[in-house]
Design a protein around this ligand. Structure first.
Ligand code: FPP
Length: 244
């Protein structure tokens, strides 16, 4: 069935969508291009995703742009990814700002190259009051790293007396994560045929619905997003309970 915008507008939307933007390298290889050409097309697919979300009542999206493990890639590829982020912000930031997009990096951005870091921080500052779409960009992000960081910060606050041990519960723990104050993702989209979580949002995806597809990220368009949302809307989310 080909899903249309009208189809998905009949039912409640996911509040938060997470995406693992995978398959750029394979997309390029299958065309005899350099891997970096795949990443470039991946950036275009990211822009299309944001525009597609703008047509829907969805205000949170988290995309996996660079993991704590991606440093293992050849320096050339890492540098190109850093440059692509700069290029994207140079080209698209004003437009994103007009669309009400808030650019919110998640991860340890202090390790990014100087120029990329500066651009990201400036983009974050410029868009900090926007509320239409919160775009969490995972950069030097790892789910385990995020959890360890939260645990350390909680310990520090207990040690300093700002927090009591008894204050620690799931909600408090969540408030020490990069996504503090945001709803957990309802839907995780994983393109490129892989069926793993890859250290992404480990805490936040406890009850997230997964939608995996063989489509490679550079080919991902709004029809795929609609399909994912439609399938999500037709799932029975029980959160460990029983169907109502
Ligand atoms: C995974 O594909 C993709 C990445 C590691 C990078 C994703 C980054 C972007 C799309 C650019 C981000 C830009 C901005 C502006 C946030 P892969 O290289 O692992 O593909 P493969 O599995 O086919 O080799």
């Amino acid at each position: 069935m080909k899903v249309t915008l009208e189809d998905i507008k009949q039912k409640p939307m996911p509040k938060h969508i997470a995406v693992i933007m995978d398959g750029n390298g394979r997309w390029a290889k299958s065309r005899g291009l350099l891997r970096t050409a795949g990443h470039r097309m991946g950036v275009q697919a990211l822009k299309n995703l944001v525009l597609a979300l703008d047509e829907l009542d969805i205000h949170y999206v988290t995309v996996y742009a660079f993991s704590t493990e991606n440093w293992k890639r050849p320096a050339d590829e890492v540098n190109t990814l850093m440059e692509l982020i700069v290029e994207f912000l140079d080209k698209e930031l004003d437009y994103m700002h007009e669309k009400g997009v808030r650019i919110h990096p998640i991860g340890d951005i202090s390790r990014l190259t100087g120029k990329t870091y500066d651009k990201i921080v400036a983009a974050q500052e410029k868009t900090k009051d926007n509320t239409n779409i919160i775009l969490n960009v995972a950069l030097n992000y790892g789910g385990r790293q995020e959890i360890v960081r939260a645990a350390k910060n909680i310990c520090a606050d207990v040690q300093s007396g700002r927090l009591a041990m008894d204050d620690i519960d799931e909600a408090l723990f969540g408030s020490y994560l990069y996504t503090a104050g945001q709803p957990d993702p309802d839907l995780l989209i994983r393109p490129s045929g892989e069926l793993r979580v890859s250290n992404f949002l480990l805490w936040q995806i406890a009850y997230t619905e997964f939608w995996c597809t063989n489509i490679l990220w550079p080919d991902f368009g709004k029809e795929h997003l609609w399909q994912a949302i439609w399938e999500y809307q037709n799932r029975d989310r029980r959160y460990g309970g029983l169907t109502k």
